[in-house]
Ligand binder design. Structure first.
Ligand code: MN
Length: 491
C-alpha cells in the first residue's frame, strides 16, 4: 500500500453528562478539525473522524474495527470534554495499532469577556487530556503525545511526521527480504535472530539460490536490456566504452526486480563471496533498485536491507534521499574531521548531489568481471545514520544525527559513490558514542527521516532506541546503556 492509501482514525472522547447539545457541537467540531487538517496539505495520510466516544462500548468497538482494517495505520485521540478514562481501559488494552494522543483545544484563546460556565462545560481539554494521559500511562501504553493548537503549522507537521513513522510500522509488519547467499564469512554485526525479528518487527527473511538468479538473468531478452539502457542514457552520464558491462547490470536489475516482485519482497541482500555463475557483482543494478524503493544490505546484511526499505517507505514523496551506507575512512585533521562513507558499489543515487556517471572499474575483491556502477557525490545537508543491532535477546536501534558536507576536495581516483559527513556532537565523541553503543559499520543514511521519527517507530515496535545527538555526553550514555541493559532484561 502506498502512503496515500493509509488513514488514521480520529477518536474524540466525551461522555453523556453534558447533554445532547454539547455532544452535537463536539461532533461537528471534530469533523471540522479532520477536514481542516486534511486540507492543510501537511499530513501525508488522511485523518478520518470516526466517533465521539461516550461509552466503553463505543471505544472498544472503534478499536476492534481499527485493529481489523489494514488501511487504518493508527488512531489519534483527543478529549474535547472530560472523558472518564476507566471507560477507555478495555479499548486501549486491545489496541494493536499506533496511538497518538493529540492534546489540543478547539479554540485558540480564552474569550475573557464572554466566558461563562457553558463555555467551561464545553471546552475541557486542559483537564480531559490529562485524565486520558493518566490511563495510557497506567496501562504502560507505547504512544506519542503531541500538545498544541491544532491549526498551528508545527503541530500539523509533527502529526504528519508521526503518521509517517506509523506507516513505517504497518510496512514493517509486511516486510519480506530476499537473501542471495548467506552472511559474509565471520562477520558478527550483520548476523541476528531472524525468528526474533519476525516476532518483534514482522520481517520475513528467507533465502533464494544464487543459481535461480543466474537463470533469471539469462532469461532477460536483448530488447528488455535495450529499453533499460535508453532510460540509463536519459538519467545518467555514460562515462565508459564498456557497454557490455552496463548491459550485464541491466540484466541483473531486471532479473532481481522480477524475483523480488514475484515473491512480494521489498528488499534483498547478497554477498561478494557467493556470486557463483554471475559475471559481475551487482553494482549499478543494486543502486537502481534502491532508487526504486527496494531495501538493500551488502554481505548478507538483512537488518540494514529491511531498515532501508522501511525508511524509504516512511519517506515516500520526499526528495532528500535514503541509502544503504558504510563508514569507510576518516579525515582526522584537528578541527576539520569528517567521515568518508561509501561502499564497494552499492550507494543509492537518491542521495546524489548531481547527475551520476556510469563508470566501469575492476573490483579488488570477489574475483569477478569489472562491474558498472553509478559514481557521484552525496548531497550536503542534515541527515541521520541508523543501525539496528541484535544484542542477544533484544534488538537495539541506534540513530545518530549527522551533518553531510560537500567533500572538501575532489577524489578523482575513487571509483565509487561517496558521502562525507560530520557526526554529532563532534567527530571523536560521536564515533566513541557509536562504538560504545555497538553500532554497525553498515547504516541507513537518510536526509528525509528524523531521529524523532525513528524513536517513534522504535517505541511502536517495542525495541530499544539510542539517540546520539548534539547533546550526547559519553558518561551519561554509558549509564543509559547500562540501565537499559538491565531494564530490557526484565521486560
Ligand atoms: Mn559492507
Amino acid at each position: 500500500m502506498a502512503m496515500k492509501d493509509y488513514e488514521f482514525w480520529f477518536v474524540v472522547g466525551s461522555q453523556f453528562l453534558y447533554g445532547p447539545e454539547v455532544l452535537e457541537i463536539v461532533a461537528a467540531r471534530a469533523a471540522e478539525m479532520a477536514d481542516q487538517l486534511n486540507a492543510s496539505g501537511r499530513l501525508p495520510c488522511k485523518i478520518v473522524y470516526k466517533v465521539t466516544a461516550k461509552t466503553p462500548e463505543e471505544i472498544s468497538n472503534v478499536v476492534k474495527e481499527a485493529n481489523y482494517r489494514d488501511n487504518c495505520a493508527g488512531i489519534i485521540t483527543w478529549m474535547h470534554t472530560f472523558s472518564p478514562s476507566k471507560m477507555w481501559i478495555d479499548g486501549l488494552k486491545n489496541l494493536q495499532k499506533p496511538y497518538l494522543h493529540l492534546a489540543t483545544q478547539y479554540n485558540l484563546q480564552i474569550p475573557n469577556e464572554e466566558i461563562d460556565m457553558d463555555f467551561m462545560n464545553l471546552n475541557q481539554s486542559a483537564h480531559g487530556d490529562r485524565e486520558h494521559g493518566f490511563i495510557a500511562a497506567r496501562l504502560r501504553m507505547p504512544r506519542k503525545v503531541i500538545v498544541g493548537y491544532w491549526r498551528d503549522e508545527d503541530v500539523q507537521r509533527r502529526i504528519g511526521d508521526w503518521m509517517r513513522a506509523a506507516v513505517g510500522v504497518a510496512f514493517s509488519k509486511k516486510v519480506k527480504i530476499m537473501r542471495f547467499g548467506d552472511n559474509m564469512r565471520n562477520v558478527a554485526v550483520t548476523e541476528g535472530d531472524k525468528v526474533e525479528a519476525q516476532i518483534k518487527l514482522g520481517w520475513q527473511v528467507n533465502t533464494w539460490p544464487v543459481g535461480a538468479l543466474v537463470e533469471e538473468i539469462n532469461a532477460v531478452t536483448d530488447a528488455e536490456v535495450d529499453a533499460l539502457l535508453e532510460e540509463y542514457r536519459k538519467k545518467y552520464e555514460i562515462a565508459t566504452d564498456n557497454i557490455d558491462a552496463i548491459r550485464y547490470q541491466a540484466k541483473a536489475e531486471i532479473a532481481i526486480k522480477r524475483m523480488l516482485d514475484r515473491e512480494g519482497c521489498q528488499g534483498f541482500t547478497n554477498t561478494f563471496e557467493d556470486l557463483y555463475g554471475m559475471e559481475q557483482l551487482p553494482g549499478l543494478a543494486t543502486q537502481r533498485l534502491m532508487e526504486q524503493g527496494y531495501g538493500y544490505g551488502a554481505e548478507g546484511d538483512w537488518k540494514t536491507s529491511a531498515m532501508t526499505a522501511i525508511i524509504k517507505a516512511m519517506s515516500e514523496g520526499k526528495h532528500g534521499g535514503t541509502s544503504f551506507m558504510e563508514d569507510y575512512t576518516y579525515e582526522l585533521t584537528k578541527g576539520n574531521e569528517y567521515i568518508l562513507g561509501a561502499h564497494m558499489l552499492e550507494v543509492c543515487p537518491s542521495i546524489a548531489a548531481a547527475k551520476p556517471r556510469i563508470e566501469v572499474h575492476p573490483l579488488s575483491i570477489g574475483g569477478k568481471n569489472a562491474p558498472a556502477r553509478l559514481v557521484f557525490e552525496g548531497k550536503a545537508g542534515n541527515a541521520i545514520a541508523v543501525s539496528l543491532i541484535d544484542m542477544g535477546g533484544r534488538l537495539r536501534l541506534i540513530c545518530q544525527d549527522i551533518e553531510c558536507i560537500k567533500p572538501p576536495l575532489p577524489m578523482p581516483n575513487l571509483p565509487v559513490a561517496r558521502v562525507t559527513w560530520k557526526p554529532m556532537p563532534d567527530m571523536l565523541t560521536g564515533i566513541e558514542a557509536w562504538i560504545m553503543a555497538g553500532g554497525s559499520h553498515h547504516t541507513v543514511l537518510s536526509y528525509d527521516v528524523t531521529a524523532e521519527q525513528m524513536k517513534d517507530w522504535a517505541r511502536m515496535m517495542d525495541i530499544e532506541f539510542v539517540h546520539i545527538n548534539k547533546d550526547t555526553n559519553l558518561e551519561q550514555l554509558e549509564k543509559d546503556l547500562f540501565l537499559a541493559d538491565l531494564a530490557w532484561k526484565l521486560k
